[in-house]
Design a binder for this molecule. Structure first.
Ligand code: SF4
Length: 431
């Protein structure tokens, strides 16, 4: 009997290291695949996922079923690929790692169903290189799936055959961008590609390719097994299903929890993460990873839905909150983030290649006492120069999101440094 509230984590139990194939099958594992292959043509599987309203959980929120439906299926002999994006490197985000390590068969079943829906004969799991445990467990699970007829030739005695290859990446943040990931898989430098053509038409080795995030695919078996209406009933707000939300920072219980889409941010921070640790109060938070705009305590009652978070000026992104407390300096926090993004720029386009190191230099000057008031205007201009549409991909615009909101909400902290006064949030704490 399926746990109806938390399908993604139903097999992740405190007394279990990870879910074996037997554990997975006991709770209905591979039943979604059986149903898809026995009863539903590929286009119908796509329609189920479209109707269920599953949106990409990697941060973009693009509807998964719509993406699948853009793949041309008219030529039966056409080669198509499915790629699982497991190159999770957003600072503060660790949700895919949890799913990969704890329940690898869930991802494998979702991958097989998605490959069936787009009639791909080969799938790749593109995994962050540092995720050694996930790689080990995935390898074992892939072998088990093969041995039990879920993978390989004539899956479950059908006409559909699929191989899944595990590819551990060399470790670049830019590989999270789908076309840079495709270039990397082809053995090229990981730069994003010009679009169009989009990957769904011309992706890996020029063939139609779908790239889906790990968590997105983990939702798919449950939609097939339990139906569209069940899935839609899981969400509390405008978006459907459940999601792994998480909190890092000075809260009592940092971690990650599966909750309905549309759960209010206050519930995530105060109930699940246990609220702020003694002696600290909430100053602001990044709602969805390092490349989102800060929100303030007044936004705590906003629901974790793509549109609801966008409406108040940020993005739900990966749904993993990073807390800024009253004793952490926002200027240094932003400097730290910009150093990360500058290091991870692929260097392909000038605004990002030159703009991010310039941003780091200016922020460094400010925190080290060499800042001038006009630097704040320059930083502001840089956020505009690296806004969406001015760079080749979304890395630089994403990098500007915490900075632009910090300039808006914490201008006083920047000015303190420039005036030669250490801001209160940067004073050493007395322990
Ligand atoms: S924005 Fe940055 S990461 Fe993206 S293509 Fe340009 S240089 Fe590369």
């Amino acid at each position: 009997m399926e746990n109806m509230d938390k399908p993604l984590t139903q097999n992740i139990q405190p007394d279990r290291v990870f879910a074996t194939l037997a554990d997975y099958e006991r709770t209905g594992g591979y039943q979604g695949l059986r149903k898809a292959i026995a009863e539903l043509p590929p286009k119908e599987v796509q329609q189920w996922v479209k109707d269920a309203g599953l949106r990409g959980r990697g941060g973009s929120g693009f509807p998964a079923g719509v993406k699948w439906s853009l793949v041309p299926l008219d030529d039966a002999h056409q080669t198509r690929y499915l790629i699982v994006n497991g190159d999770e490197m957003e600072p503060g985000t660790f949700k895919d790692r949890f799913l990969l390590e704890k329940d690898p068969h869930q991802l494998i079943e979702g991958t097989i169903i998605a490959a069936y829906a787009i009639q791909a004969q080969t799938a790749y799991i593109f995994l962050r290189g540092e995720y050694h445990l996930a790689a080990y467990r995935l390898k074992q699970a892939l072998q088990e799936a093969h041995a039990n007829g879920y993978l390989g030739e004539h899956i479950l005695n059908s006409d559909f055959s699929l191989d899944i290859h595990l590819h551990t990446s060399a470790g670049r943040y830019i590989c999270g961008e789908e076309t840079a990931l495709i270039n990397s898989l082809e053995g090229k430098r990981a730069n994003p590609r010009t679009k169009p053509p989009f990957a769904v038409v011309s992706g890996l080795w020029g063939k139609p390719t779908v790239v889906n995030n790990v968590e997105t695919l983990c939702n798919v078996p449950h939609i097939l097994r339990n139906g569209v209406n069940w899935y839609k009933g899981l969400g509390l707000g405008a978006d459907q299903g459940t999601k792994l939300f998480g909190v890092s920072g000075r809260v009592r219980r940092p971690g990650s929890w599966e909750l309905p889409m549309g759960t209010p941010i206050r519930e995530i921070v105060e109930e699940h993460a246990g609220g702020m640790r003694d002696g600290f109060s909430l100053r602001a938070f990044l709602p969805g990873g390092a490349s989102t705009d800060f929100l303030l305590p007044e936004h705590l009652d906003v629901r974790m839905d793509y549109d609801a978070v966008a409406k108040v000026g940020s993005r739900m992104g990966t749904g993993m909150l990073t807390i800024l407390d009253d004793k952490t300096c926002p200027v240094k926090m932003v400097l730290n983030l910009e150093q990360f993004f500058a290091q991870e720029s692929c260097g392909w386009c000038t605004p990002c290649r030159d703009g991010l190191p310039w941003t780091v230099t200016l922020l460094q000057d400010i925190v080290e006492g060499r800042g001038r008031m006009e630097d704040l205007d320059t930083l502001s201009r840089l956020t505009g120069m690296m806004a969406l549409g001015n760079t080749f991909c979304a890395l630089a615009p994403g990098a500007m999101e915490p900075l632009q909101s910090a300039l808006k909400f914490f201008r006083g902290d920047f000015e303190h440094y420039i005036a030669g006064v250490v801001p209160p949030s940067s004073l050493k704490r007395l322990v």
